[in-house]
Design a protein around this ligand. Structure first.
Ligand code: XIL
Length: 327
């Protein structure tokens, strides 16, 4: 049988721990409660969890006067029982919004207290239990301009600063992150993220870090040196970085050759993170190809995660272990 992880005590978690870093995965409550091997693998390999959807606005706040925390509670309880920390994802995003909100025709003066209450309630509920929050997710488009979202249209760009201030009030201990995609290396999007958070720092907005999602493709992934430069300039602003949603999607059949190249991308990105003092966490968007958003959102693509559909470690897993073992 294939080099089963855990047998030797050599796990992603144990090596990450030894280096003082968090290694994590996005999780869904269905398999967590329904498939024992899903929960066992998580507890063995990771010391950080991100609820994949359970904390999004539409899930926690399905009608104006009602909040639901069942799924998020189950994930947080699992993390606590297994000595893991939780990343909260996400308070302000333009997707997974409930209809009562998007169809409510709210004015700015009405929407501000709604957002304030939402942030206060959700962050407040998990005060002391969620160590980092993606306060705002994807406020910028691929070109780096403000994305004309539900929040932006009604409130204007100030929604970002306000969300961070309200989150800080609700849990002063939680580390607050701005999270986005496509800004891992250098370029227009990366510059726009940098300028946004630099402005926030100048204005005294309580931001602690930047989440770089790292949804990459086998045939298009950022240059390690550029990612290193990006981490470095954020460090110079006094900001932490978390790699928050890494996956490496493969088009067509996942041949040995493709899996080997995928492993190098995982290894290279983890190495860059480990070499940067401010890169405290490295999180995958899932961990098994059995449960991944990729095939649904990118038809024809898949096999993006370090474990296969049968929870067997792929070459990427061994490359990640190697990166963690190498001083
Ligand atoms: C995705 C989830 O994986 C899906 O299950 C859901 O249907 C939509 O959202 N960037 C993010 C994540 O910040 O929240 C997204 O997660 C993937 C892209």
């Amino acid at each position: 049988m294939l080099n089963r992880p855990g047998q030797t005590g050599e796990t992603l978690r144990s090596f990450a721990q030894a280096r003082g870093r968090y290694i994590g995965a996005a999780v869904a409550p269905g398999p967590l409660l329904g498939e024992p091997v899903y929960a066992e693998t998580l507890a063995r390999e990771f010391n950080m969890l991100t609820p994949e959807n359970a904390l999004k606005f539409g899930r926690t706040h399905p009608s104006r006067d009602r909040y639901t925390f069942q799924d998020a509670d189950a994930i947080v309880a699992f993390a606590q029982a297994n000595g893991m920390v939780v990343r909260g994802h996400t308070l302000v995003w333009h997707e997974v919004l409930p209809r009562w909100l998007t169809a409510g025709a709210f004015t700015r003066d009405e929407l501000l207290p709604i957002l304030h209450e939402h942030i206060t309630t959700v962050v407040g509920r998990y005060r002391g239990q969620i160590s980092a929050w993606d306060v705002v997710n994807e406020a910028l488009g691929s070109d780096g301009a403000w994305r004309n979202t539900f929040w932006y249209k009604t409130i204007g760009p100030e929604y970002v600063d306000l969300a961070f201030r309200w989150a800080r009030e609700a849990d002063p201990q939680a580390r607050l992150f701005y999270n986005d995609y496509g800004g891992e290396g250098m370029g227009r999007k990366s510059d726009a993220i940098y300028e946004l958070v630099q402005g926030m720092r100048r204005r005294g907005v309580p931001i602690d870090g930047v989440g770089l999602q790292m949804h990459v493709r086998l045939d298009a992934s950022p240059e390690p040196a550029e990612v290193a430069a990006s981490l470095q300039r954020l460090a110079a602003l006094g900001l932490a970085v978390h790699i928050t949603e890494m996956d490496v999607r493969i088009q067509g059949p996942a041949t040995e050759e493709k899996l080997t190249r995928q492993a190098s991308i995982y290894r290279d990105m983890l190495r860059v993170c480990l070499a940067a003092e401010n890169c405290g966490a490295f999180v995958f968007w899932g961990f098994t190809d059995r449960h991944s958003w990729i095939p649904r959102y990118f038809p024809g693509w898949g096999a993006a995660l370090p474990f296969d559909e049968a929870y067997r470690p792929k070459p990427a897993y061994r490359a990640l272990i190697e990166a963690l073992k190498t001083p």
